[in-house]
Design a protein around this ligand. Structure first.
Ligand code: FMN
Length: 276
């Protein structure tokens, strides 16, 4: 059963649920009513109270104030079907080049969402290092949580959040390890410090303190004091081969433009407009 702060009051249709703000255990049953929190509202209630209070918890200290002056509207020229390139990789390249030209911070930073076999999701940023018609490549530790989840369930999603351009690109697809020779080529192009970092961090494992990292780094520096640092067998690239690629362009009044390219069985891309 859903926790109390997520449940419908039974007085009407559930229209808003915010499960992030949990009630303190000290509150009375009456206070646990969804109405006292403003966490969920029913349709009749909405008719009476259509103001900000609907989404703001009543209790001081339970909500974070979001400054009203935060810039939200990054609308620019609309995106229409005619201006889209037929191939999504060409379209990605056009937008990625623009993101680089407009000096966006880390335009190659992308969120990578993975899920374990039982469906538990996790998301984190990784850096896109290569892309071509075969897919989008990032590098990581093959023992990390993300790699373990990919081993259980190769279906992943990527998101490029190009806020200041009012754009996002979302990708769904299948992640696979790239060949060791390709990982080696990339590893050798990295700085010695980054190479030692890869050897040092047993990524996603629990460690007692930073000293663990510093001690291991010192040991690795000694171990690889001369010559080329070899590629760790627990480190390398994943390529995400896309099945869908969606381009989202901010437009006024939340009527954004969205186009998704979908790979069909004949290996060609169709394009659909989606409601924002
Ligand atoms: C901007 C940015 C870029 C990152 N790039 C990478 C990356 O390319 N590879 C990587 O393994 N971790 C990268 N990280 C760290 C990951 O977000 C994450 O903390 C780490 O990979 C462990 O994730 P996991 O425990 O879910 O496997 C980056 C973090 C940030 C904020």
């Amino acid at each position: 059963m859903a926790p109390a702060y997520c449940r419908n009051s039974g007085k009407g249709q559930l229209i808003h649920v915010n499960c992030l703000a949990k009630p303190s255990p000290a509150l009375s049953t009456d206070e646990l009513s969804p109405f006292s929190y403003g966490l969920q509202r029913t349709a009749p209630d909405l008719h009476n109270r259509v103001d900000n209070d609907l989404i703001r918890p009543k209790f001081p200290g339970m909500s974070m104030k979001i400054p009203e002056e935060i810039k939200q509207d990054f609308s620019r020229e609309p995106l229409d079907a005619k201006s889209l390139l037929p191939d999504p990789f060409d379209q990605f390249e056009a937008w990625f080049s623009q993101a680089c030209a407009e000096n966006l911070p880390a335009p190659n930073a992308m969120s990578l969402a993975t899920a374990s076999a039982d469906g538990s999701p996790t998301v984190r940023m990784v850096l896109l290092k290569v892309y071509d018609r075969d897919g989008f490549v990032f590098f990581t530790n093959y023992g990390s949580r993300k790699a373990q989840q990919i081993a259980e369930n190769p279906r992943v999603s990527l998101l490029f959040p190009w806020f200041s351009m009012g754009r996002q690109v979302t990708i769904t697809g299948i992640a696979q390890r790239i060949p060791t020779a390709a990982s080696l080529r990339y590893f050798l192009s990295r700085s010695r410090g980054s190479q030692l970092g890869a050897w040092t961090s047993d990524q996603s494992s629990v460690i007692s303190s930073r000293t663990v990292l510093e001690t291991t780094l010192a040991r690795m520096k000694q171990k690889f004091s001369t010559g080329e640092i070899p590629l760790p067998d627990f480190w390398g690239g994943f390529r995400v081969t896309p099945e869908t690629i969606e381009f989202w362009q901010s437009q006024p009044d939340r009527l954004h433009d969205r186009f998704v390219y979908v790979l069909d069985d004949a290996n060609s891309w169709s394009i659909e407009r989606l409601a924002p």
